[in-house]
Design a protein. Structure first.
Length: 290
């Protein structure tokens, strides 16, 4: 199957909410039910790309954005209109392009040395290999013997320890890890990547997201309105997700249209756009055919 691997590098914090809860955090982010890992649902990805493609490539307008081919304005090229609905679908008709959920690949955590490091884990890398056909090389035996594998000495203290937030890990340096991530073409410092045990990774992605207190001010009194204090969870800036894009009909031209449009652009995903949330750099990598 012809597919494209798409990376989503968060330039600003991201909030794709899962609704309100009775927990301390009023507006949590969406997570996978079985892992607790943050996720970008495919609906959020497709919705943004559909809207931006319609505005930029199909020349629709915000005031007159058609929801079916018959509603296309006369001012719009009808071939472009039909192409749009062929790609994205409408009503009960499925589009040709399939977007999978955005799974986490790298998560930034404060580091005593090097400001922060990107962490991942064997489970994440196994899923990445299964989804994309690309293997991230590192010495798994060393991970069992040590607490972490790092791609270089840059985040390491005394050539021995990686200190992330309140936790310390004894490390083994593995250049193969850096070389594997270099091949992905991500706009990140690949000298600052660490592979942690699965449970440690889950601890960080569960407990070290951003949580912001939000308020609404009473313009008359200048104080917080009663009941207008809430807490919102955010995926931190610098997090990297990935997903797959492919065609139901194996139409490589349709895949090229979408991925060429998305590649190397910044899109806004999730809520709080006017607060600068969710601005994300997209980059495309060729996937292995299956």
């Amino acid at each position: 199957m012809n597919k494209k691997i798409t990376f989503y590098h968060c330039h600003t914090p991201l909030h794709i909410g899962s609704g309100t809860t009775l927990d301390i955090i009023d507006l949590p982010i969406q997570r996978e039910a079985h892992t607790d890992f943050p996720v970008i649902p495919s609906t959020a990805i497709k919705g943004v790309i559909r809207a931006e493609y319609g505005l930029e490539e199909s020349n629709f307008s915000l005031d007159d954005f058609p929801e079916k081919p018959e509603a296309c304005p006369e001012t719009v090229n009808q071939d472009k209109c039909e192409e749009f609905f062929d790609l994205f679908g409408y009503g009960d008709k499925e589009g040709d392009i399939i977007f999978t959920d955005g799974k986490i690949l790298l998560f930034p955590v404060k580091s005593v040395k090097g400001v922060f490091a990107w962490i991942t884990c064997p489970l994440v890398l196994e899923r990445f290999e299964r989804d994309t056909g690309i293997k991230i090389n590192f010495n798994e035996e060393n991970l069992k013997n040590k607490g972490a594998i790092v791609s270089s000495e840059e985040p390491v203290i005394n050539n021995q320890y990686l200190v992330l937030e309140e936790l310390s890990f004894e490390v083994s340096i593995d250049n193969d890890l850096k070389n594997s991530f270099d091949k992905l073409g991500l706009d990140i410092d690949t000298k600052k990547i660490a592979v942690l045990p699965n449970d440690s990774f889950r601890y960080f992605v569960k407990n070290h997201t951003e949580v912001n207190a939000r308020t609404r001010i009473d313009q008359t009194t200048g104080t917080v309105k009663e009941g207008a204090l809430w807490y919102e969870e955010l995926v931190p800036a610098e997090t990297v997700f990935y997903n797959l894009i492919f065609s139901r009909t194996e139409n490589s031209k349709n895949i090229e249209k979408i991925t060429n449009f998305m590649d190397s652009k910044i899109f806004q995903f999730g809520g709080d756009e006017t607060l600068g949330r969710g601005f994300t750099k997209v980059s495309i990598l060729e996937g292995k055919n299956e």
